[in-house]
Write a protein that binds this ligand. Sequence first.
Ligand code: NAP
Length: 246
Amino acid sequence: MHVLILGGTTEARRVAAGLHPGVRVTSSLAGRVARPVLPPGEIRIGGFGGAGGLAQWLREHEVDALIDATHPFAGTISFNAASAAATAHVPLLAVRRPGWVAGEGDDWHPADSLEQAAGMLPALGRRIFLTTGRMGLAAFAALDGLWFLVRSVDAPHPPYPLHMETLLDRGPFALEGERALLREHRIDVLVTKDSGGPATAAKLTAAREAGLPVVVVRRPAVPGGVQVVGTPEEAILWIQDRQGTA
Ligand code: NAP
């Protein structure tokens, strides 16, 4: 059996680790990160050339099952996966970690896009902790009255905000460190995607404790008709069921 995992997430690495070496696993990465954390098994890096290219890859490499374990904000590849799986008649499962839920004491401001998030900032504060990643910083570039602390895995490229300090780091992030960042940089607004999961959730707790507003960018739409599970363990079971070994 050959399983293709569309990855770039902790969940994708856990699915690969749970299946390898009993099942042939190929993990696919987009190639955005210079030194990615690699899962066990075979690796391929780079785009497929749209849904058609992915369907062709599935056929040529005799893939028996496709797992879309990409990040909840990687909207394009998930639609490509749904289309390619249908074209190539390959069963598809999506792994989507649940989104975060506001609790008591949270001051969350939902936004439908990075652009909308940027438009909300001048009314909320002056010193912004921007944790939405290095792609999409252009949406904030015109806000020259605000100061940004931008955290990303690799260094961002322009266009980005004029007044900005970059913090190159990769999760998971602990609560004490997040508290210290907010304090030391006198942050008064946090901006995040609703990525979900525990690895990057401590910033939300730190913001709540400090009484800070948080602009939360909502997730993009997901393709309809695709079977979705919330954890890597469920995806591993799905494959084992297909093998008849569960
Ligand atoms: P996207 O907008 O959905 O995808 C754009 C294009 O990148 C796709 O059309 C595809 O190119 C290629 N691509 C995306 N994921 C791929 C994969 N796993 N393997 C091969 N090609 C892939 O995706 P994105 O938001 O740029 O994210 C890129 C990758 O980073 C994803 O794998 C995702 O899991 C990871 N990631 C994203 C975020 C985020 O906030 N967006 C955060 C953490 C990790 P072709 O059309 O040429 O096939």
